[in-house]
Every structure is written in structure tokens, then in C-alpha cells.
Design a protein around this ligand. Structure first.
Ligand code: NAD
Length: 374
């Protein structure tokens, strides 16, 4: 088997952590007999410096012919004064739009050895292992009409519109049921159906799609209850799906359960592909984009001390959701757990007095633990 991976490290620590994830994937390739063809592209600030554009046509072309994209992070103080349209972030937004990445997956897993790094009490957070699926291309952030009307007397009126069609809800719901099916087969759909008609359509549509997935248990949760439950009993949840704005808020809330920015991977998926309801596989599948949740961390960039685990876990998601290599994804996650269990830490997750490893050293240890499993 051979898979094409577009590698876009971007800027800042993106350039330091992404190579570690690539090394981990190479180890998987060697162990499993799979060929990964990695091709690197410019994006973000580095691309602006080299070509004048945050998403050069050559990078987009590279992504469109790839099976999946491993992305680092973009941005930094050097480009902060550019006009909005020319900023590094446009590179990522452009990719999301071009690839129609409408489902964003953010797992939040509390590793047993890092329970004390969570702001929640050990007995509440221990065992948390959930994923928030956020609809990414519709809803309040894109709905029309939108804008501000300013009156001559200085007063003003502003409008945003929350709008969803059944087709938009159905496709993200299918991704969510599919992800839940690969996990503990429980899906919580989050809405505000007691107030919003958009949420009523959301609930009705998710319920209908759920009939295609009789093995997955569906519950509906109101967003305000969900915000509370996430910090009160996060272990109740397995897979959550929700619209864009609610998802933006809840995925950040879920993120703090896991302790550090350096630990959080994410995936953005463009379409269901292949037969049998699988997210992965051939047969018309568009590419998925996999990236750490964190940014370019200008405060530590260039020092070789960034935590590569978020990027490495993003590579595991790539295997699970884009190329149907779940067993190998499990191996990567196990490798990370073992390295952490053995007490190895980068600076962001070390407690005072604990020795902090560099990016490369942490990468070495994870690669070794992956290799040991083949
Ligand atoms: P950030 O995530 O880059 O950093 C926040 C804090 O977390 C910093 O103290 C940083 O040192 C720490 N941190 C983040 N990742 C870490 C890691 N892997 N290991 C150790 N520590 C880590 O967020 P920010 O400071 O708000 O943004 C910095 C730049 O990144 C900005 O230009 C922003 O626009 C950009 N950004 C890009 C993306 C993206 O490309 N997807 C996402 C967020 C921010």
C-alpha cells in the first residue's frame, strides 16, 4: 500500500513538531510495510516570504492530489501587521475552504499520568476520553444576512444569522456516527432545541440519520447542560457533535480537561468516502487535514523545546480517519502513553523539579516505542 501525505509544517514550532510526526509515520511505514510518500509544501508566513502568498498554488495542488495533509501551524509576530487578506492564517482558511473541510474533530483525553496537570479534580477528570465534532463551514459564522446598520443618530443594529440546511446537518451527523462507531458507540448531539428553530431541525435531522446507525446510542443534550456536564462529569461523554458556534466554545472547554496545548491533536474532514460508512478509503474520498490545536508559539519557537505530542497524535488521527490504519494509530497512541508513563516530559507538562526533554528527544522516545510494537 502506498499513501501520499502532503506535509505543511508552516511557521514557528510547526517547523519543529511536524518533522517528529513524520518520523513517527516513517516508523509505522517501516513496521507495517506501508509506503508513505511525503511531499512538503509552503504555507503561512514562510510562504508569504518566499512567494508573496500564504497559500501558493503549488501547495494547493500538492494538497489536492494527496491522501491526507499533515499541517503544523501558521503565523507569528513578523506577519502581524499585514492586512487581513494577506496574513498567514489565510493559508489555513483557504485550505479549509478549498477542501470543504466541514467536520472538525478534537479529541480530549486525560492521560493517567497527567491527571494532576488538569484544572479539574482528579476524581472528576480521571478516565476522560472524548471527542468533540464541530460543524465547521456553516451556522452563525457564515450565515446571511449579516452586517451592521449605523443610523445618523449614532445608534446601530448588528445582525448575524444562524442557518443550517438538512444536507449540511446530515453530512456532519454521518461523520459523527461513524466516529462514534469506531469508539465506544455513544453519541451526544448538542443543541438548543428548547429555544432555536435551527436546533429543532438539527435534532430532527440527527435523529433521522441515527436510524442508519442502530449500533450507536444517541442522546440529545442542551448546550447549556453540556457546558456544565463537561466539567462536572466529563467521563459521561464519548463522542459529541454540534454546530459551529457551540462547537467552537465546547471544544475549547473540553481542551482544558486534557491539561496542555502541547497534547491536543485535531482533524478536519471533508467528506465521507468509501463503502460501508467508513471515513477512510478510496472511492471519491477527499483529503483530511490533521494538525495540532496549538499555534506557532513564538515565545518558545527556535529553542527546540516544543512538545511534539499534539502533532504526533494528529498523525495517529490521520492513519485512523484518512487511510484506514486504525491498528497503527492505536500503536502510536500506545507509544505516547508508554513514554509518558515512563515519566518523560517536555517543559510544558513537566512539574517543577522534573527534567524537561527537548522536541527531538521526545520524538526519539516515541519513535522507539512505535518500533517496538512491530
Ligand atoms: P499558541 O498555541 O501558539 O501558544 C499558546 C501558549 O502555549 C504559549 O505559551 C506556547 O508556548 C504554549 N504552547 C503551544 N504549543 C505548545 C507546544 N507544542 N509545546 C509547548 N508549549 C506550547 O497560541 P498563541 O500564542 O495565541 O498564538 C501564537 C501564533 O500562532 C499567532 O500568530 C496565532 O495567530 C498563531 N496560531 C495559529 C494556529 C494555527 O495555525 N492553526 C492556531 C492558533 C494560533
Amino acid at each position: 500500500m502506498s499513501h501520499r501525505i502532503a506535509v505543511l509544517p508552516g511557521d514557528g514550532i510547526g517547523r519543529e513538531v511536524t518533522p517528529e510526526a513524520v518520523r513517527v509515520l516513517r516508523a509505522v511505514g517501516k513496521g507495517s510495510g506501508t509506503t508513505f510518500d511525503f511531499e512538503e509544501g509552503l504555507v503561512g508566513g514562510g510562504a508569504i516570504d518566499a512567494t508573496g502568498a500564504p497559500l501558493p498554488p503549488a501547495t494547493l495542488a500538492l494538497c489536492l492530489k494527496a491522501d491526507a495533509i499533515l499541517f503544523g501551524a501558521v503565523g507569528g509576530p513578523k506577519w502581524d501587521d499585514l492586512p487581513q487578506e494577506q496574513r498567514p492564517e489565510r493559508g489555513l482558511l483557504g485550505l479549509r475552504k478549498q477542501l470543504d473541510l466541514y467536520a472538525n474533530l478534537r479529541p480530549a483525553k486525560c492521560f493517567p499520568f497527567l491527571v494532576d496537570a488538569s484544572p479539574l479534580k482528579r476524581e472528576v477528570v480521571d478516565g476522560t476520553d472524548l471527542v468533540v465534532i464541530r460543524e465547521l463551514t456553516g451556522g452563525l459564522y457564515y450565515g446571511e444576512p449579516r452586517g451592521v446598520e449605523r443610523a445618523a443618530d449614532g445608534s446601530a443594529r448588528a445582525v448575524n444569522t444562524m442557518v443550517y440546511s438538512t444536507a449540511e446537518i446530515e453530512r456532519v451527523a454521518r461523520v459523527a456516527f461513524d466516529v462514534a462507531r469506531k469508539r465506544r458507540k455513544r453519541l451526544a448531539s448538542v443543541d438548543k432545541a428548547n429555544v432555536l428553530v435551527v436546533s429543532q431541525l438539527w435534532r430532527e435531522t440527527v435523529t433521522r440519520v441515527g436510524k442508519e446507525f442502530p449500533d450507536v446510542t444517541l442522546e440529545h443534550v442542551l448546550v447549556d447542560n453540556c457546558a456544565m456536564a463537561l466539567v462536572q462529569r466529563p467521563t459521561h461523554f464519548d463522542t459529541l457533535v454540534t454546530e459551529n458556534t457551540f462547537g467552537d466554545i465546547l471544544s475549547d472547554e473540553a481542551a482544558i480537561l486534557a491539561g496542555s496545548m502541547g497534547m491536543l491533536p485535531s482533524a478536519s474532514i471533508g467528506s465521507l468516502a468509501g463503502a460501508g460508512g467508513s471515513l477512510a478509503g478510496a472511492g471519491g474520498g477527499r483529503v483530511g487535514l490533521y494538525e495540532p490545536v496549538h499555534g506557532t508559539a513564538p515565545d518558545i519557537a527556535g529553542k527546540g523545546i516544543a512538545n511534539p505530542i499534539a502533532s504526533v497524535l494528529s498523525a495517529a488521527m490521520l492513519l485512523r480517519y484518512s487511510v484506514n490504519m486504525s491498528a497503527d494509530a492505536d500503536r502510536i497512541e500506545r507509544a505516547v502513553e508508554r513514554v509518558l508513563a515512563a515519566g518523560h516530559r517536555t517543559g510544558d507538562i513537566a512539574r517543577s523539579g522534573e527534567k524537561a526533554l527537548g522536541t527531538r528527544q521526545m520524538g526519539d522516545l516515541i519513535v522507539r516505542e512505535v518500533e517496538a510494537q512491530y
